[in-house]
Ligand binder design. Sequence first.
Ligand SMILES: [Zn+2]
Length: 165
Amino acid sequence: MLLSPLTVASITTTSAAGRDHLDELALEVQRKANELCWEMYLYHRHQPDFRETYKAAREIWSLAGHIHELLHRDPAPLGHVVKDMLELDQLFQLIENDMAAWNDARIDMNLRSSPMRLMRRGGNVKTLHAKLRALEEAIRYLDDDSNLTSEAKSSEMSGREPMIE
Ligand SMILES: [Zn+2]
């Protein structure tokens, strides 16, 4: 779900009321990133490329908070917001790609057999992916509700000559 640089122009048309809503969506991205980070940290530290993946997930968390803060500035630096949202999308792609190689067989045997482990819920790839999808959905709402996708598309199309059939 990478956004094109054309979105820089389109977000400036977003109204102040729209920005209030956007800032709420940025917080939701931060909450979902926080849940994903904890799931990773508690259960998946043994997975391949964990450190790099966790670092990227934490960056999503902090970047979403930063975007929220930017949207509260008056005037909001919308070009900056768009640049950071593009980065957010790229970070998400990175963790999604890394996690594709993660599986339950790698779950630490000590963790698996400990009483603490039995008391906890989660700790499997299915739960991890559910949290990943929840984060993706929150990011998509943020992208969509800023009209980034549709406006970027229409400005991209109208700037082009008609297709030859
Ligand atoms: Zn920034």
